[in-house]
Design a protein around this ligand. Structure first.
Ligand SMILES: Nc1ncnc2c1ncn2[C@@H]1O[C@H](COP(=O)(O)OP(=O)(O)OP(=O)(O)O)[C@@H](O)[C@H]1O
Ligand SMILES: [Mg+2]
Length: 255
């Protein structure tokens, strides 16, 4: 299973969701990889903490290799880093993704990630974190993945962006990756007592959009978890927000 978590809108919870679902997968004995395609490297920082800076290789090195014929065949293996969580690995992000992007685009390397993941052996689950833009990297991820999960932060601007996003995914699916399935839209930071977010999400459901039934509430534990570099399942295994992430995991993979 290869799941990309994508929304071109920033700050909707992509990184938080990728890292926490991946940590839950690993806690269930699945050998799991997080691929950080965002030049902000938030997922890498979250999962590796200060060890992130001393990493031996990054996703930037992988993409740079695709520009050099002699390095092309190395694949992803040399760049994988084990995290503190048993069974959870990360392919670190890289600020260099920014300046590599035009070269990768002009040399048409959009299928390289998919090809490299096809060759990668030994992982039961791959979670891909994306930047807040429909750019070379998020397109590469949508081409490489078999599922896409869309976080939604329940405001009205986010709703407009959602229609554009679903159109973009449909186009990309038709042109490049017919196997891509939309897992659904997950409402994040959903305040179940507030009327506006409730109405916005209900409108989406009424319009027939694939809204998942699990909702992730707002919780201060999320920021604590980022700060301590510990996924929620490790930091607060019994907390309500952890239960919500676990419910999301179950809904996605066994629902
Ligand atoms: N359920 C939640 N409860 C409380 N805070 C949250 C929750 N989800 C995300 N956040 C906070 O919102 C901010 C954005 O989350 P996150 O970095 O996961 O979003 P993102 O979509 O990856 O952002 P970007 O588009 O910049 O990559 C972070 O500060 C995070 O701690
Ligand atoms: Mg992010």
């Amino acid at each position: 299973m290869r799941r990309v978590v994508f929304n071109q809108k920033g700050g909707v919870g992509k990184t938080t969701i990728v890292c926490n679902l991946a940590a839950i997968a690993a806690s269930r004995g699945l050998r799991t990889l997080v691929l950080d395609l965002d030049s902000q490297c938030n997922a890498t920082q979250y999962l590796l903490g200060d060890a992130a800076a001393s990493g031996e290789g990054t996703i930037g090195d992988f993409f740079e290799g695709t520009l050099s014929f002699s390095l092309q065949s190395r694949g992803l293996d040399p760049f994988l880093v084990a995290t503190q969580t048993n069974g959870l690995y990360v392919l670190p992000g890289d600020p260099a993704l920014e300046h590599l992007q035009p070269k990768l685009e002009s040399r048409q390397k959009i299928y390289k990630l998919r090809q490299a993941l096809d060759k990668l052996k030994g992982f039961d689950a791959v979670y891909i974190d994306t930047p807040p833009a429909l750019n070379f990297y998020s397109r590469s991820a949508l081409i490489a993945a078999d599922r896409v999960l869309i976080p939604f932060d329940c405001d009205d601007f986010a709703r407009q962006a959602l229609y554009v996003l679903l159109d973009n995914i449909a186009e990309l699916r038709a042109d490049h990756n017919e196997e891509l399935e939309v897992d659904g839209i997950v409402a994040n930071q959903f305040q179940h007592r507030a009327k506006l977010p409730q109405r916005i999400v209900q409108d989406l459901v009424d319009e027939g959009l694939p809204v998942l039934s699990t909702r992730l509430g707002p919780s201060v534990k999320v920021r604590e978890s980022h700060e301590q570099g510990k996924p929620l399942i490790a930091l607060e295994p019994k907390h309500k927000i952890t239960e919500q992430f676990t419910a999301l995991f179950e809904e996605l993979d066994h629902g």
